[in-house]
Design a protein around this ligand. Structure first.
Ligand code: ATP
Ligand code: MG
Length: 359
């Protein structure tokens, strides 16, 4: 386990899940490892009677997670919708880990996703040698989830071609997957459901058909409501990633994180936090995910080439890289923001100078 680059949620948090199951005396829906209450506690964090601390995975509205978990307990599938970097994939992985103890039954939606990825395929060598048989059939992650009574995950559903998406309709409404070649079908066991994610920005790429949309309950994950919430998300994840990368524990870098988050929020919303100055927004996506990588990059720079503490000079290059995606337009936006907003802020001088130096 030590050498695995990124353990699955159910591996990394095995201890929390085990303890939660032990103390969980509420009703569990058929096929679930935990009760809906315990699944929500796993996501939002809490403390168990024996003092075990359950770390928060999702930072934000508890109600939203309750709605998501409740959906999974019904016969409808769950669609997590939102801007890039709003934790759709993250929440989907943790939900699957908590409900089924397995987050790996995953289909990635891309323009090249084929129907076999949702239904089943064939081992052609065996198919030709022996004809169609159970052994020659290659089940998709969705089919395996149906057999196991587990959660199947479909990432970026709207990027898959429409006919591939529609392969889900029968599965979700009839809970069965016919295999005409073998004259059989796979009937889903209780506990089977689907969690799909889709990006707001991709709307219109391959929009969900209304038949499919009706089989999902949609939960929209918002961008963090307040700066404090966003700072918490970023510092939590940076600390976690830092541990995985053997970086020194996050020192008093909270001020720098706060600045990064402020810059991202202001550029995203098009106005300064005090509401007084309008700023232009760049074309880049400035979500918590980008803030996390800017800060992690800064920490890595500082760990290997600096004194291990986070300084503006460690962040400047990463900031510019995140904001300026299109050199022609975003470069101007960034420079204007530096000159009109960053330069005049009292304790931001060092950051201003560092950013000027790289641009
Ligand atoms: N509200 C939040 N609570 C906890 N972590 C968050 C939150 N928002 C963002 N993150 C973190 O941001 C990172 C990116 O999240 P994730 O990859 O799940 O985004 P996504 O919505 O799937 O984005 P994309 O549309 O690009 O696939 C993760 O490390 C996640 O922990
Ligand atoms: Mg994602």
């Amino acid at each position: 386990m030590e050498r695995v680059l990124r353990p699955h949620a159910e591996q990394e948090y095995a201890h929390e899940l085990e303890r939660l199951a032990e103390f969980d005396d509420r009703g569990r829906p058929a096929g679930w490892r935990l009760s809906p209450w315990a699944v929500t506690t796993y996501l939002m964090g809490g403390e168990l009677p024996d003092g075990t601390v359950v770390t928060p995975k999702y930072v934000g509205s508890r109600r939203l997670m309750e709605v998501a978990v409740a959906t999974l307990a019904t016969d409808r599938a769950l669609l997590l919708l939102g801007m890039p970097g709003t934790a759709k994939t993250w929440v989907s992985e943790h939900l699957a880990a908590a409900v089924s103890g397995d987050s790996t039954l995953l289909v990635q939606g891309t323009a090249g996703t084929a129907e076999e990825a949702i239904r089943y395929g064939w081992n052609y060598a065996r198919l030709i040698a022996e004809g169609p048989s159970e052994e020659a059939l290659v089940p998709s992650p969705v089919m395996r989830a149906m057999r196991l009574g587990s959660v199947a995950r479909v990432e970026e559903l709207t990027r898959a071609p429409s006919d591939v998406q529609d392969a889900l309709i029968t599965i979700l409404s009839e809970k069965t997957l016919p295999v005409p070649e073998l004259n059989t079908e796979v009937q889903a066991l209780r506990g089977f459901t689907v969690i799909a994610t889709a990006n707001d920005r991709d709307r219109g790429v391959n929009e969900l058909s209304s038949a499919l949309r009706r089989r999902f309950n949609t939960v929209v994950l918002p961008v963090p409501a307040t700066a404090e919430e966003e700072v918490e998300i970023v510092s939590r994840r940076v600390a976690q990633l830092g541990r995985a990368l053997d970086l020194p524990a996050l020192p008093a870098g909270l001020d720098e994180i706060r600045r990064v988050v402020t810059i991202f929020r202001e550029l995203r919303s098009g106005r300064t936090e005090d509401g007084r100055t309008k700023v232009k927004s760049p074309t880049s996506t400035l979500s918590p995910a980008e803030a996390i990588s800017v800060v992690t990059q800064g920490l890595t720079l500082s760990a290997h080439f600096g004194d291990g503490a986070l300084h503006p000079a460690d962040l400047a290059a990463g900031l510019q890289g995140a904001v300026v995606r299109d050199p022609a337009t975003d470069g101007l936006v960034w420079r204007e923001y530096l000159e009109t907003v960053v330069r005049d802020r009292q304790d931001w001088r060092e950051l201003y100078r560092a950013c000027r130096d790289v641009s």
